[in-house]
Write a protein that binds this ligand. Sequence first.
Ligand SMILES: [Zn+2]
Length: 191
Amino acid sequence: MRSATSKLLREREQNRKRVDSLLLDATVKFRDPGNGHDPDTEHSVRMNPNDPNRYQALETVTFKPGLSGSALDAAVGHEGSHVADAQDFVNAISPTGAMDQSKNLTAYQTELRAYMVTQSILASENVKLPYGNCAMGTPCMFGAGIMGAQVTQTINQLLANPANRYGTAPNYGVTPANPGPVLYPILTTPH
Ligand SMILES: [Zn+2]
């Protein structure tokens, strides 16, 4: 019993180190925010401490403590994609406050990109894992053997079902035609 617990703690510590080394520009937390919440990335913004004319994305990524192996690798890549999307938008804000709103991605756009990363990491590790429900209670499958148009189709089905996400940000239920909120809703008007 005791050795099982210490093995778990050791694994958790190794996972934490691995994730910290991969997500250099984000604050990383391992905690369960409650009721089966999924890994999540929260976006904020501040002045860049190294350049008073520039802004910087302030990202907080939360992982479930129990994630490990390929599921953790895929979650790191997925959340890392969200972090990169936020940084791309915020880093492009000019000293006068001009913004490129095409980089203020919608929920659909940033999730599509992030699940493409999920897919490619799982495929490269030659594993196939279920995420949420796609149709008639069948899980959405990503990874080995999922190819071509099937990838986008699976992602679209996953994102269209609001029940597939349990987080602090708005849940899914987004489609290309109804893409949901942007990364930074408060930064949509010039100032
Ligand atoms: Zn996501």
